[in-house]
Write a protein that binds this ligand. Structure first.
Ligand code: NDP
Ligand code: MG
Length: 402
């Protein structure tokens, strides 16, 4: 008999969270939802409560909690099966560390994902990690607990799969992270000046939330992923390479000391790495054409459609990648400064306040004005992130006035 995984999903209403819930719906005998956390998308959260009956949920504040209660009343959900409703960042931690939970999917966006990820790790839980910012900010502190983490990010899942469902392996020479190149592959610096929010959010291969879509467009996402790979797999920056592979068929590769390269290929659908993170080392039947009654709409890959190409990224035009690589090499709080400044600048771009080609310069200026310090505790990381956000806002306001 299959024993279900007791799973809490943090970021349940987002792109990753909703895809994970579609797997939970397709495989109720394998996944039991214990807790769900979101910020303010109370209607989709209420729908998930009705479908999956978690023990506890959390939302941003008392205002959202009241809205959620009103919706649950309107929908007529019997009060005896309402979940406990928590609020705020403490509320997410409560949901992450419920006694019934064995496994936590960390899929909130940005820095907000770090405290509950940390709490889940400290509680000894298994963490399926989509929230790459947790490792970027606090990788040095998380490293001793890394064995509790299973990667969800497609590149890191590909490497994990190439290593046979492990974070380590014998004779690794290089990790090769593939990058689609984003919507502006081949653009010049001048061409990047005119790009709009709609253009930046139209990723050619993946459907994702706004922050990561924008990070993919600047290639900062790939930079964050290089740092993520360094902390996850314990491999030096000199041995982590990035190759642009616009077809997004090969999700990443491991090269070994004998010259062999193992790649993981598959459809561009995050439910593949999500399912693998839940199931490894077995494989769940999620493709549509294998006669399963539960259709997830995932088609097998047709390898005859287009040739596969690989090229070096343009680090001159997409400076975010080179910046993240340098910051990662340096260590300390630099990555927290970079991540905090980037989150603010991306937020300002998405709000229509700064141009797309100003995102990375804001991050660069913050990095040049704030010095990277040694990381001894989470407080060091949060302080660096906070200072970077304040400074990024000042820089953006000053530039808007000028
Ligand atoms: P989305 O923006 O689609 O979703 C973010 C989720 O986080 C939402 O459920 C949101 O709730 C919740 N959230 C945000 N802030 C808070 C908060 N303060 N408290 C509680 N919940 C909060 O993001 P994605 O799903 O695209 O990405 C999530 C993470 O996964 C990111 O770190 C990203 O880099 C990573 N990732 C995503 C991939 C993808 O394909 N989308 C691929 C690889 C990695 P609400 O809806 O209420 O705002
Ligand atoms: Mg990725």
């Amino acid at each position: 008999m299959t024993v279900p995984i007791n799973l809490a999903i943090l970021g349940a209403t987002g792109s990753i969270g909703q895809q994970a819930l579609s797997l939970a719906e397709a495989f109720p005998e394998r996944i039991k939802i214990t807790g769900l956390a979101a910020a303010s998308s109370v209607r989709p959260l209420a729908k998930a409560i009705i479908k999956f009956r978690p023990q506890a949920v959390s939302v941003l504040s008392a205002t959202e909690a009241k809205k959620l209660v009103d919706i649950l009343k309107d929908l007529g959900l019997n009060k005896s099966i309402w979940p406990e409703i928590f609020t705020g960042s403490d509320g997410v931690i409560q949901v992450a560390t419920l006694s019934a939970t064995q496994t936590v999917l960390s899929a909130m966006v940005g820095r907000a994902g770090l405290p509950p990820t940390w709490a889940a790790l400290k509680a000894g839980l298994k963490v399926l990690l989509a929230n790459k910012e947790s490792l970027v900010l606090a990788g040095e502190l998380i490293r001793p607990m890394v064995d509790q983490i299973v990667p969800v990010d497609s590149e890191h899942s590909a490497i994990f799969q190439a290593l046979g469902g492990s974070l380590t392996g014998e004779g690794i020479r290089r990790l090769i992270l593939t990058a689609s190149g984003g919507p502006f592959l081949g653009y010049s610096k001048d061409e990047l000046k005119g790009v709009t929010k709609e253009m930046a959010l139209s990723h050619p291969k993946w459907s994702m939330g706004p922050k990561i879509s924008c990070d993919s467009a600047t290639l900062m996402n790939k930079g964050l992923e290089v740092i993520e790979a360094h902390h996850l797999f314990g491999v030096d920056f000199d041995r982590i390479e990035v190759l642009v592979h616009p077809q997004s068929v090969v999700h990443s590769m491991v090269e070994f000391v004998d010259g062999s390269i193992l790649a993981q290929m598959g459809p561009t659908d995050m439910r593949l790495p999500l399912a693998y993170s839940l199931s490894y080392n077995s494989r769940w039947p999620i493709l549509d054409d294998i006669g399963s009654k539960r259709s997830l709409g995932i088609q097998p890959l047709d390898l005859t459609v287009s040739p596969l190409t690989f090229a070096k990224p343009d680090r001159e035009v997409f400076r975010g990648l080179a910046l993240a690589e340098a910051v990662g090499r340096q260590g300390g709080t630099g990555a927290a400064i970079m991540s905090g400044a980037n989150e603010e600048a991306v937020g300002a771009f998405l709000a229509g306040m700064i141009a797309f080609d100003k995102i990375i310069p804001v991050v660069e200026e913050c990095l040049s004005l704030l010095s990277s310090e040694k990381v001894s505790s989470l407080d060091d990381v949060f302080l660096a992130d906070k200072k970077a956000r304040v400074l990024a806002k000042e820089i953006m306001e000053k530039n808007m006035v000028n």
